[in-house]
Write a protein that binds this ligand. Structure first.
Ligand SMILES: Nc1ncnc2c1ncn2[C@@H]1O[C@H](COP(=O)(O)OP(=O)(O)OP(=O)(O)O)[C@@H](O)[C@H]1O
Length: 244
C-alpha cells in the first residue's frame, strides 16, 4: 500500500438501477496536496466522493482513504476526514456554534476550537446567531467550518466555493492553501470555477462519464493551453482524449 497517498481509487465501478455511473475509475491523491476534481454535470464527482466517505458502496473495485478501505473502515474514515457534500443541512433554529458543537459531540471530540474555526472561515462573532438568518454564502462558510472543526487529515469538498462572492472565494483559496502548508492536510475538491482550480490545485483530475480520463499538473495544462483551463476542459471533458 502506498502510504504517500491520502486517496487511492482502484478500478472502481458503481451501478445505480442497472446504469453504470462510475466505470473503471482510478485516481490517486498524494498526501499534503490539493487535488482539483473536474467534470461536467453528472460526470460522477459526487458519487466518487460518497464512495470515498463510505456513504455509498462500490459495485466493484476499491477506494482506499488514509490507508483504509472505504467499506470496511468507513467510521474511522469519517472521523479523520472533513467533508462538504451536496445540500448543507443544519439545525436552523440553533446557532452556528451550537451546530458545530452537535457535530463534535457526534464525532466524540472534546475541546475543539469552535470560535477559532468560525473566525478561520470568515464568520467571526457569528457564533450566537441562528443559522436560519444566514445568507447562502454564510451557510457555505459554516459548512466548511463543520468540515474543519475536528481537525481532519483529509478534506473532501464538493463545490465548496459555490455561492461565495469574489472576496469569499479568495478567502477560501487562501484558507485551503494555508491548511495544506501549515497543517499538511490533504484537500480533494471539486468546482466548476476553473480559474480557481488552476490557482489552487497541485494536481487536476478530470472525470468524464464515470472514468478519470486524465490526472495532470496544472502547470502542464498552462503550457499546453496558454489561454487557460477553459480550453483544456472543453477539449477533455467530453470523453477523454484531448483534441491536440
Ligand atoms: N442515487 C442515485 N440513483 C440513481 N442515479 C444516481 C444517483 N446518484 C447519482 N446518480 C446518477 O449518477 C450520475 C453521476 O452523478 P453525480 O452526482 O456523481 O455527478 P457530478 O459529477 O457530481 O455532477 P454535478 O457537477 O452536477 O454535481 C448522474 O447521471 C446521476 O443522475
Amino acid at each position: 500500500m502506498d502510504t504517500d497517498l491520502a486517496v487511492n481509487v482502484i478500478h472502481l465501478f458503481k451501478t445505480f438501477e442497472g446504469k453504470e455511473v462510475i466505470q473503471d475509475c482510478s485516481m490517486s491523491v498524494e498526501r499534503g496536496t490539493i487535488y482539483g476534481f473536474l467534470g461536467k454535470n453528472g460526470a460522477g464527482k459526487t458519487t466518487v466522493f460518497k464512495i470515498l466517505l463510505g456513504l455509498l458502496k462500490p459495485t466493484m473495485g476499491q477506494a482506499v482513504v488514509l490507508g483504509m478501505d472505504s467499506v470496511k473502515n468507513n467510521l474511522d474514515i469519517l472521523r479523520r476526514t472533513g467533508s462538504l457534500i451536496e445540500t448543507l443541512i443544519f439545525y436552523e433554529h440553533l446557532s452556528a456554534a451550537e451546530n458545530l458543537q452537535i457535530h463534535l459531540d457526534y464525532m466524540g471530540i472534546k475541546n475543539a476550537d469552535i470560535n477559532g474555526t468560525l473566525e478561520q472561515v470568515g464568520l467571526p462573532n457569528m457564533g450566537t446567531q441562528a443559522v436560519s438568518t444566514f445568507s447562502l454564502g454564510m451557510r457555505q462558510r459554516l459548512g466548511i467550518a463543520r468540515a474543519l472543526v475536528h481537525k481532519p487529515e483529509l478534506l473532501i469538498l464538493d463545490e465548496p466555493i459555490n455561492g461565495l462572492d469574489p472576496v469569499g472565494i479568495k478567502e477560501m483559496r487562501e484558507l485551503f492553501c494555508n491548511l495544506v502548508q501549515e497543517r499538511s492536510i490533504t484537500i480533494l475538491l471539486s468546482s466548476h470555477i476553473l480559474t480557481e482550480m488552476e490557482h489552487m490545485a497541485n494536481r487536476i483530475g478530470v472525470i468524464a462519464d464515470g472514468t478519470v480520463v486524465q490526472e495532470i499538473d496544472p502547470k502542464e495544462i498552462k503550457r499546453k493551453y496558454p489561454n487557460g483551463m477553459e480550453d483544456y476542459f472543453m477539449a477533455i471533458a467530453n470523453g477523454g482524449k484531448e483534441n491536440e
